[in-house]
Design a binder for this molecule. Structure first.
Ligand code: ATP
Ligand code: MG
Length: 247
């Protein structure tokens, strides 16, 4: 796309958007015609434990985190249909992509969205009280239909958390890639540079990977600290695998 300031942003359609048949509405709101943004990548994924922990790391200690996980994992909207528990992950590319999608989404809380920004996407969401053990209200669950990256650092982290480079057309890749010159395998939270029975191959010589991922794998394989965790590198390679644990 010919533009002075192209950005990328990760958008997740959450289970309530699917359950309430709002996917078409949300995508129309975010169409190229409305936003000037270009769809760069898309996939259907079950939320794995690794992904959930990495994606919402900042909220791990919050009181609403367990209920947020139930929501994102699809247990709230598909209690009796586990096979329908999934998200749709999308990457949008274009000028001011992050702010444009955040503006169309609206405030985090659907109640605030209805008050402050009627007509925004999250105005169609729901705020649900979460009970505590004594029948009181522990917190609220904000069922707000979509996630979108909050700033450019989050966008880079999130796009590379959910997508491998080869899932994005080369001319729409927003971040540096590198060709691996080594093997890296993952199993049960451990990294290896030689094959492990039942392990997943994250990269082999000649594979194109995110430059930041390879830097992290190189450091971690030498016992050095890295700028991102092994889980953040591995999560996208394990997505939708039958034995990858639910969150
Ligand atoms: P998202 O990251 O999903 O796009 P956001 O950036 O607007 O939303 P965050 O602060 O990142 O808001 O919160 C992530 C998610 O956690 C929210 O979408 C919401 O579902 C939930 N959440 C955030 N704050 C609260 C809260 N105070 N009470 C209950 N749930 C919350
Ligand atoms: Mg956020």
């Amino acid at each position: 796309m010919a533009t002075a300031n192209p950005e990328q942003t990760l958008m997740l359609l959450k289970p309530d958007a699917l359950r309430h048949s709002l996917m078409g509405y949300v995508l129309t709101e975010l169409s190229e015609r409305h936003t000037g943004l270009c769809l760069a990548a898309a996939k259907v994924a079950r939320l794995s434990r690794l992904l959930a922990e990495e994606h919402y790391a900042e909220h791990r200690q919050k009181v609403f985190f367990p209920s947020l996980l139930d929501y994102l994992a699809g247990r709230v909207h598909y209690p009796d249909e586990p096979r329908k528990r999934r998200l749709i992950a999308l990457v949008f590319h274009g000028p001011d992509a992050i702010d444009r999608i955040r503006a169309l989404a609206g405030p985090t809380s659907p109640a605030a969205a209805r008050q402050e920004r009627p007509g925004c996407i999250r105005a169609l969401g729901t705020v649900v009280p979460v009970p505590d053990a004594r029948g009181g209200v522990l917190c609220q669950r904000m069922e707000n239909l979509l996630h979108s990256s909050a700033n450019s650092a989050d966008a880079e982290r999130e796009v590379q958390l959910w997508f491998k480079p080869d899932e994005i057309p080369p001319l729409l890749r927003g971040y540096d890639t590198e060709v691996s010159d080594a093997h890296y395998y993952y199993k049960d939270g451990q990294l290896a540079t030689a094959p492990v029975r039942g392990g997943a191959c994250l990269a082999a010589p000649g594979d194109v990977a995110w430059k930041n991922d390879l830097a992290a794998l190189r450091s971690l394989s030498q016992g050095q600290p890295a700028s991102r965790s092994l889980g953040a590198v591995a999560a996208k390679y394990l997505l939708n695998q039958a034995d990858e644990g639910d969150c």
